[in-house]
Design a binder for this molecule. Structure first.
Ligand code: F6R
Length: 364
């Protein structure tokens, strides 16, 4: 039932405050992550010295964000790979490595094959972050953290992604605590997580503005998404959403790579969508944007107002609420989902059932 919404995708975008809350429920206390959420056997948190994350598509992008969190908070090396590659190569597995899969459906053929292979490789244990409790992935993994997003019908993944990120943040902090993260920092992170549903609500308030912005994309052939740090995987996800449902060719690059090639694509017909974090990368990103503006590229900037970018000429600005840095990848996802949705509606594509795609890729 789509309720008041025209498409499942929009309904699912708007469900995010509620389902992120459901994902946090019972996993955090006032100021701690509750390791009981990993089941009775949470000893792996003490032993883990490496993490391998394997997934496909949007779930893979969630894994890429987690690499930034796990290495930053816990100092534990983390490698992320698409399942279709992982399953067919010889992987070096260091001692005490956690094998972590991410999947909305828990039925993706490549991800299941990767898990089955990993079980022969001497990993510490296998953990699935998954949305479907009765799925094959959950059944075959030693440990599970459910995302609790509820059924996702739209082919383009939205709430499944932001709840995966929420579950990954819980996991990252849980590992970090065992590696010596201070109680004070843990408490600050948990407090921040508690605010997530409200932040996502605030991000949704830009819907009408984003709808207006999206009109400008209707006749575009290409788009370039830029991000830096943990916002780079969000740029990848924004580009995937746009191509998937509006059939506009979109690419994502870490902004620092511009001069190494993609800048050659930039002219007045190229929209550049930039996710601006509020950290020490801000100034670097601003100079990347100037490089683009100098070539006539049309700049769409998603940032909070303290970046002062809303005052700049030549920038089409969309406000994102100012949040703790660790949460920025989650909150910045919302306007990108809305953008791709509205562009698809303007173009008249089948939003919930894009051509050539299936919700769950159960054959290779
Ligand atoms: C994109 C999308 C796909 C899936 C991918 C993995 O919006 O939905 O890229 O993320 O097919 O599916 P799951 O997460 O079910 O393993």
């Amino acid at each position: 039932d789509k309720g008041e919404f025209r498409h499942y995708m929009m309904k699912e975008i708007y469900e995010q405050p509620k389902v992120i809350n459901a994902c946090l429920e019972g996993r955090i206390s006032e100021n701690k992550v509750l390791t009981s959420c990993f089941g009775a056997d949470s000893d792996f948190l003490k032993e883990v010295e490496n993490v391998h994350i394997v997934a496909c598509g949007t779930s893979y992008h969630a894994g890429l964000v987690a690499k930034y969190w796990i290495e930053d908070l816990a100092g534990v090396p983390c490698a992320v790979e698409v399942a279709s590659e992982y399953r067919y190569r010889n992987v070096a597995v260091p001692k005490n490595t956690l094998f972590l899969t991410l999947s909305q459906s828990g039925e993706t053929a490549d991800t299941l094959a990767a898990l089955r292979k990993a079980k022969e490789q001497g990993y510490l244990t296998t953990l699935a972050i998954c949305n479907v409790p009765s799925s094959t992935l959950v059944r075959e993994s030693a440990l599970t953290l459910l995302t609790n997003a509820g059924a996702e019908i739209g082919v383009a993944s939205t709430k499944a992604f932001t709840t995966q990120l929420t579950a990954l943040l819980i996991t990252s902090v849980a590992i970090a605590v065992e590696k010596g993260l201070s109680a004070e920092k843990e408490s600050a992170l948990v407090q921040a997580m508690r605010s997530l549903p409200a932040y996502v609500n605030a991000a949704l308030l830009q819907d009408e503005h984003i709808q207006k912005v999206s009109d400008r994309f209707a006749n575009k052939q290409h788009a370039l998404f830029l991000g830096r740090g943990a916002m780079y995987p969000i740029a990848l996800e924004g580009a995937l959403k746009l191509k998937e449902i509006s059939y506009i060719h979109a690419e994502a690059y870490p902004a620092g790579e511009l001069k190494h090639g993609p800048l050659a694509l930039v002219d007045e017909n190229m929209p550049i969508i930039t996710m601006v974090p509020h950290n020490d990368m801000l100034d670097k990103l601003k100079s990347n944007m100037q490089e683009v503006a100098a070539r006539g590229g049309e700049l769409y900037v998603f940032a909070d107002r303290s970046t002062n970018l809303h005052n700049e000429d030549n920038i089409i600005f969309t406000e994102v609420p100012k949040v703790e840095e660790i949460l920025e990848p989650i909150v910045h996802t919302i306007p990108l989902q809305l953008l791709s949705y509205h562009v698809a509606v303007v173009k008249g594509t089948d939003v919930d059932q894009p051509r050539n795609l299936a919700k769950s890729v159960t054959v290779e």
